[in-house]
Design a protein around this ligand. Sequence first.
Ligand SMILES: [Zn+2]
Length: 341
Amino acid sequence: MPDGTAIVFDSRMLAHDPGRGHPERPERLRVLLDHLDRARDLVPLGARLATEEEIALVHAPGHIERAAASAGQSRVVFDPDTATSAGSYEAARLAAGSLLTVCDAVLAGEVRNGFALVRPPGHHAEYDRAMGFCLFNNVALAAAWLRARGLRRVAIVDWDLHHGNGTQHLFEDDPDVLYVSAHQFPCYPGTGAVEEVGCGAGAGRTLNLPFPPGFGDEEYVRAFDEVVLPVCRAFAPDFVLVSAGFDCDARDPLGQMRVSPAGFARMADACRALAEETAGGRIAAVLEGGYDLSAIVEGVDEVLAALRGEARTLPLATGDARRADRVLARVRAAHAPYWAL
Ligand SMILES: [Zn+2]
């Protein structure tokens, strides 16, 4: 197995300005750049722009045209939460291209795995529109791109506070892309109920874990152990993608979840172990949300440590595993036709 964990970032992604006082602000990435500048044992890779042909793997031509037309404009409003500045289109193409750069390096055997540190985030972006701070769906594009490169099955694990409606909708009838999301519920964007399990040939390939506010490390880790990992193992992906959001951290100003860095370490380590089991170690993470700067820095640190295979034994700091009984019972019932859980 090749060595090394890649990181990709590009300061042009700081130029995306969604407006004064917006939580998805350039500082989110700037603190990571400053912090990781001192990191030694990572392989820095240069970002590239995703091409319009690549973006068209998951987005409608009209949406790509509208995003492209925002380039150079001081402000274009796409939805109540999503506006662009002059540099946003370039930043969004770099965000999508950064994850493709990681996937490419992993496929080529140049690195073992990697993390694309990007903004704007992606998982709310739908086929034909920007939504919820997101212009292009970075993780969905990577999944479609990997499939186009000949990989048979791709699993996307999304632990961002919010449900990735865009990712789910893009693959809900696709039997070869498994989408797993743990998210606060009810919460923005309103999708992600247990009963949303995929449709048609993709039935059972969407796994939603809608968590009530207040869940912490213990509940998340129990859900991973008892449901997420068994389903992922049975699916046996050839590549694992992680939508790594840090807005489920207890410090986040937008969410009410209570995950700590120890929880992120355990979830990331579970994903790495899964990739080693079924995917030849191939795994790439991409930054989604997370609006407390310390939580982002510490969470990214833990994910990078897990990707490097540094087993950390941080004790779980928050939560109560028994509180997950009810939601896990409902998930098992909804997925009984598809998986032995
Ligand atoms: Zn989020």
